[in-house]
Design a protein around this ligand. Structure first.
Ligand code: NAG
Ligand code: NAG
Ligand code: NAG
Ligand code: NAG
Ligand code: NAG
Ligand code: NAG
Ligand code: NAG
Ligand code: NAG
Ligand code: NAG
Length: 628
């Protein structure tokens, strides 16, 4: 039976109604008919087909397309005065250079110098990275070589793809992201001191000593991204490469300053725009001096101890941040102080350090150096959606889950109001904020930035939320909700990747609406990505490169971002894909979030299909992509 016109309309009406409800929550509405096909409305098909013969020939044509590079820069916009005009704000900075370290080196003799080569080497001897190797290929900056056009031919498109008609606003930011510890390598070279990431690996895992050798290959990495047409490059700076001794009053590593200087200038010369994260989990190891083993254990809030609670951390981080801002804010329009701070917070004092040091750096940026770019911090929260949005208990669980992860930071730093109850109940040793603190912190984020990889279906734990928040032995502590990845009918909420990431574009739109309407600042998607299930097990590179599930992930997420902008009226400022290449994922290389395959023996990279699909999607919908 063909389905009648009236059924079709009611189907479309229900879809419309559901789209409007998606604004608020995901609500389950039973539908008994066949699937509506709104795009078929008005098609006037005859009741039966007409069959006919013709002369067969291979007349099928295939179009092909080359990726085109971003246009090289002709002028450079500035967002602050250059370091030469700001250096007086950092009166006592001195700089030094150090060499490399290896356990077999003969000891340096300048032992009288508290910051000499011997003192620097002894930092590494103290850190004693397990199984230390320097098996990297490179020991000096590699000159970039232009990409042959053969590397830039778009792959075949997936048969099913986006059907939207929206464009991105002119000022929409599109780019790719990475972090220092996951890509740089060269961990004990050219003056870099040891940090948490250099000794992170637990038994059975491997530390990061080589990774992608981006410290030497950055020009080639940028050349590749620019050739593909990527506009923004989001990277993090390693604090221990700028200040190997970490503390104010200790010398700056000239090689570190010069490295990031050159990286920024090279990005700009290619017509791309840099964004900088000041701290992406790589706390200098000195902040664990009393007991390096404490980095994993007894962490009340996050899953690793980032030492933010160390009483010397705030002053030292602010000092380090000021060094970055005075040196680079003239050319860098977007700054993130912390990456996902909750995950590396130990206790209430950790959070206190994060919010206070963020606010101090934001004030320094706006009030002192009068930066005209934007500053904020980026948060983790795989959005908690209520198992049943019509159930008050599930709603309360979702509210608690998101408030704990987001409101803890943005209540003070955006709204200028106190920490949420979700945080105060869970972390009773929190440091109280008074009205002076709150007035100072208010509006110190220009955007709300999240890394919304996927969604989580939440409900209350046995005994309820409060029984859990007051019992740190509860298996649900500290989030104090049950987290599932299935819906009420036991289906997974989306296609599953290698690990916790499911393809959940509908929930992304709900999340974006939640952020915009709760905090009322532009929403910035600062990481999102998908480790395709079994990608590492695929025997041939050709199969690894044909990553259709990742394309589905990215194009569906980008389509929902467009709907948020045009249908919900949300200012989504931009989206940064994680990551521009497969990299070290804090212990191994198994979860591959990359848009490029990396050969670990030769450091050769290849663009995956999804990279072409994603950049192509944005360019097709961003008429002034080149000029913004
Ligand atoms: C769908 O079918 C069930 C069982 O026959 C019925 O109870 C329900 O009302 C129907 N729902 C709609 C929307 O037609
Ligand atoms: C240090 O020397 C030992 C013994 O000769 C050697 O096995 C090891 O590879 C060397 N380590 C490095 C990092 O050069
Ligand atoms: C060090 O090497 C040993 C032997 O290969 C291995 O079992 C261990 O997991 C490694 N440890 C780290 C932290 O890399
Ligand atoms: C905190 O950091 C300082 C270095 O700034 C260090 O001396 C001290 O031991 C650290 N505290 C702990 C508990 O590790
Ligand atoms: C160092 O921290 C570890 C892990 O928390 C703990 O087991 C150990 O007792 C601590 N050592 C000292 C000397 O405090
Ligand atoms: C809501 O969910 C809770 C927890 O699963 C359950 O106990 C309660 O009965 C539900 N309420 C309604 C009205 O369905
Ligand atoms: C508020 O707390 C800060 C410490 O965070 C303190 O320096 C200040 O004096 C307090 N102000 C008032 C009005 O209590
Ligand atoms: C806290 O949770 C643990 C683990 O579920 C449980 O054994 C213990 O009885 C709880 N304590 C209280 C006071 O409820
Ligand atoms: C969802 O998955 C969890 C964990 O696997 C399971 O316990 C639960 O029964 C499933 N179904 C629902 C509706 O939560």
């Amino acid at each position: 039976m063909a389905f009648g016109h009236s059924q079709l309309l009611s189907g479309a009406a229900i879809l419309l109604q559901m789209a409007q409800m998606a604004y608020a929550q995901q609500v389950y509405v039973r539908w008994n008919g066949t699937s509506p096909r709104p795009s078929c409305r008005g098609c006037d098909m005859p009741a039966t087909p007409t069959y006919k013969f013709s002369t067969f020939a291979f007349t099928q044509t295939e179009t092909y397309r080359y990726a085109t590079s971003v246009a090289p820069a002709t002028t450079t916009k500035t967002y602050a005065r250059p370091y030469s005009a700001l250096s007086s704000l950092m009166p006592s900075l001195t700089s030094t250079t150090w060499g490399n370290w290896s356990p077999n080196d003969t000891a340096a003799t300048d032992t009288a110098d508290p910051y000499g080569q011997a003192a620097w080497s002894s930092l590494w001897e103290w850190a004693s990275p397990t199984n230390f190797t320097t098996t990297g290929i490179y020991s000096t900056t590699v000159s970039p070589t232009p990409l042959p056009s053969s590397e830039l031919v778009h792959p075949p498109k997936d048969y099913f793809g986006p059907t939207d008609c929206y464009n991105f606003p002119d000022d929409f930011i599109f780019g790719v992201a990475g972090s220092a510890a996951q890509i740089e390598g060269a961990i004990a070279r050219e003056g870099k001191g040891p940090n948490l990431m250099d000794v992170l690996a637990r038994p059975g895992q491997a530390n990061n000593y080589v990774t992608n050798e981006n410290y030497f290959l950055y020009k080639q990495d940028i050349e590749r991204l620019a050739s593909l047409g990527v506009k923004y490059y989001s990277f993090s700076i390693a604090w221990s490469r700028i200040l190997p001794f970490a503390q104010p009053g200790t010398p700056v590593n000239k090689a570190g300053i010069d490295h990031y200087e050159d990286l920024i200038n090279f990005v700009l010369s290619k017509g791309m725009i840099p964004t900088v994260t000041m701290l992406h989990f790589d706390t200098p190891l000195q902040f664990f001096a009393a007991n390096v083993s404490a980095k994993w254990d007894d962490v009340a809030i996050g899953y690793t101890n980032g030492a933010y609670q160390n009483s010397t951390f705030e002053e030292a981080f602010v000092h380090y941040g000021k060094i970055l801002l005075t040196h680079y804010a003239d050319r860098v329009p977007i700054w993130f102080t912390f990456n996902e701070p909750l995950l590396y917070s130990d206790n209430g004092a950790s959070i206190n350090t994060v919010v206070k040091s963020h606010a101090r750096l934001a004030h320094f940026y706006k009030d002192v150096i009068k930066g005209t770019g934007k500053i904020g911090l980026k948060l983790n929260d795989n959005f908690g959606v209520p198992r049943n949005p019509q159930n008050a208990s599930d709603l309360a669980a979702a509210k608690h889950f998101n408030a704990f992860q987001l409101d803890t930071f943005w209540n003070p730093l955006v709204l200028g109001i106190d920490y949420p109850d979700a945080f105060k109940k869970t972390v009773p040793d929190y440091v109280a904020l008074n009205s002076t603190d709150l007035a100072y912190m208010k509006d110190t984020c220009d955007f709300v930035a999240v890394d919304p990889y996927t969604a989580t279906v939440v409900s209350q734990p046995p005994g309820g939320i409060d029984a859990c928040t007051s019992n740190s032995s509860s298996p649900y502590f500290p989030y104090c909700v049950v987290q599932n990845t299935n819906n009420t009918f036991d289906w997974n909420i989306g296609y599953r990747s290698y690990s916790y990431v499911y393809i959940t574009p509908e929930y992304l739109r709900t999340y974006i609406n939640y952020l915009w309407n709760t905090f009322r600042k532009p929403v910035f998607i600062t990481e999102f990505g998908f480790p395709v299930f079994g990608e590492a097990d695929k025997a041939t590179r050709e199969d690894q490169l044909f990553d259709s599930p990742r394309s589905q992930y990215y194009l569906s997420f980008m389509t929902e971002i467009l709907k948020s902008i045009w249908e919900d009226g949300v200012n989504v400022m931009g989206a940064l894909a994680w990551s521009f290449a497969d990299n070290w994922e804090f212990g191994d290389y198994d979860a591959r979030f990359g848009l490029q395959v990396v050969d670990r023996d030769t450091q050769t990279k290849w663009f995956k299909k999804s990279f072409f699909d994603l950049v192509g999607f944005v360019k097709d919908r961003h008429p002034n992509y080149e000029s913004t």
